[in-house]
Ligand binder design. Structure first.
Ligand code: AMP
Length: 215
């Protein structure tokens, strides 16, 4: 299984990817997570990336492509991978195709998680993540039992810097202008399947699994 997960920021790609890892035992490659790790580690790449991320803009393609290629070459990707948050524009999608061809691990599908635009704002402003285990919550839809504390591990919950209202608006604009056209790109290649991202996490997950298993 070698797939791309498509969808707007806040559509729930990260949540679904984490469940897919558990079920199918293949790694998730999230460029957002890789970039945030570089920012936390304070590397030169992280410092460069942060200036774009804080504005809600895309980090330059060269930076992201290098990171993805390095990750795809690791052994655990031999059994498959889930790309989450990458590609984000047509140039990245084309570069990815070339990269995957040379690595002999082409995509087997692209799954888009569709959520009405109006719902995305609340999903993003309400999003909280556990500092220790990465578990995600939403203060409106799936709050933790105790304020700002993770139900799973007791870790502290935080709001991502780029989940503030102004940055979110920009991220959604960037999505519409640059990332949404990828639906057409993958449809043209006969790889695209869509699921509605409205409903419970389990319902959406079941629909994605059915697609991936060709049911
Ligand atoms: P995400 O967690 O996927 O929403 O990504 C958070 C931020 O990281 C985005 O708003 C971008 O600034 C940056 N980013 C993540 N993935 C990419 C990518 N494939 N290309 C460019 N920038 C990215």
């Amino acid at each position: 299984m070698r797939i791309v997960l498509l969808g707007a920021p806040g559509a729930g790609k990260g949540t679904q990817a984490k469940k897919l890892i558990e079920k199918y035992g293949i790694p998730q490659i999230s460029t957002g997570d890789l970039l945030r790790a570089a920012v936390s580690a304070g590397t030169a790449l992280g410092k460069e990336a942060k200036s774009y991320m804080d504005k809600g803009e895309l980090v330059p393609d060269m930076v992201v492509l290098g990171m993805v290629e390095e990750r795809l070459k690791q052994d655990d990707c031999k059994k498959g991978y889930i790309l989450d948050g990458f590609p984000r524009n047509t140039a990245q999608a084309e570069a990815l195709d070339k990269m995957l061809e040379s690595l002999n691990m082409p995509l087997t599908g692209a799954v888009s998680v569709d959520v009405p635009f109006d719902d995305l704002m609340k999903r993003l402003t309400g999003r909280r993540t556990c500092k220790s285990c990465g578990q995600m919550y939403n203060v409106y839809f799936s709050p933790p039992n105790k304020d700002a504390v993770c139900d799973k591990c007791g870790g502290e919950l935080f709001q991502r810097d780029d989940d503030k209202e102004e940055t979110i608006k920009k991220r959604l604009e960037v999505y519409t202008a640059q990332t949404e056209p990828l639906m057409g790109y993958y449809k043209g290649k006969g790889l695209l399947k869509s699921v509605s991202g409205t409903g419970s996490i389990e319902e959406i997950f079941a629909k994605i699994c059915a697609i991936l298993e060709g049911k």
